[in-house]
Design a protein. Structure first.
Length: 236
């Protein structure tokens, strides 16, 4: 049974609007004439030329300012596209869909972590799916069992393939069960609530990720001093 990252509700107390924590870094990069902004490489440029290392700082900041990266992942037939469509219809969010079999393949290249991740399981998780869930991550993760849902009348778990059972299968116990064929189905409510809470805490997680990236760049031979200055600006 995979270990599921717990989804905890945020404190409902009103909080004052916090200033943009990256504003000082933007000013720092703007004032530095050596910082390259991420841009397309001209067709006439030599493809073998190494990128300007100072551009790594601008790229890290650009990712901080990027739109929310919400990902729904799962294997073939997991219902990932159906759930993504339900989230688009219910929340109006831009949702990307990933094939977990491709992402978790031994030969797969590391991909940038999303802001929010939802993993769909329709059957007992395979070894690579269990390993994926156990990966350390800074962003919120919700694992859901698709194709199963609680009946409105007797709260028994039912399969959408008309197979009825008195209890969900062992692998699905403790996981939210979702039938997203109808976006308004009540089982989708828990996923909507998870995404909304993750959105509320997004600023904090992005600051933590930016700080980790700056710490990594602080040991860079050419951009280390600027990264150190950016870290100091982030902590003020």
């Amino acid at each position: 049974m995979p270990t599921v990252t717990q989804d905890t509700a945020v404190d409902g107390a009103d909080r004052p609007a916090a200033p943009d924590p990256a504003a000082r870094i933007r000013r720092l990069l703007t004032a530095s004439p050596d910082v390259a902004t991420p841009a397309a490489v001209p067709a006439t440029a030599a493809t073998t030329a190494p990128p300007d290392p100072t551009g790594l700082l601008a790229a890290a900041l650009a990712r901080f300012d990027a739109p929310v990266d919400l990902r729904v992942r799962g294997g073939l037939g997991s219902g990932r596209r159906t759930l993504a469509a339900a989230l688009r219809a219910r929340g109006g969010w831009r949702v990307s869909v990933d094939d977990l079999d491709v992402l978790a393949a031994p030969t797969a290249r590391p991909a940038a972590a999303p802001d929010i991740e939802i993993l769909c399981l329709r059957t007992a998780p395979c070894r690579h799916e269990e390993a994926w869930v156990r990966r350390p991550r800074r962003h919120p993760l919700l694992v859901v069992a698709t194709g199963l849902y609680e009946d409105d009348d007797d709260n028994a778990a039912h399969s959408v393939d008309t197979h009825h059972s008195a209890a969900p299968p062992r692998w699905a116990r403790g996981l939210p069960t979702v039938d997203a064929r109808e976006p308004e189905h009540r089982s989708v409510d828990a996923v909507i609530a998870f995404v909304e809470r993750a959105m509320d805490s997004l600023a904090g997680s992005r600051v933590a990720r930016l700080e980790a990236e700056l710490e990594r760049l602080a040991v860079h031979a050419e951009v280390g001093e600027l990264a150190e200055a950016a870290l100091c600006a982030l902590e003020i």
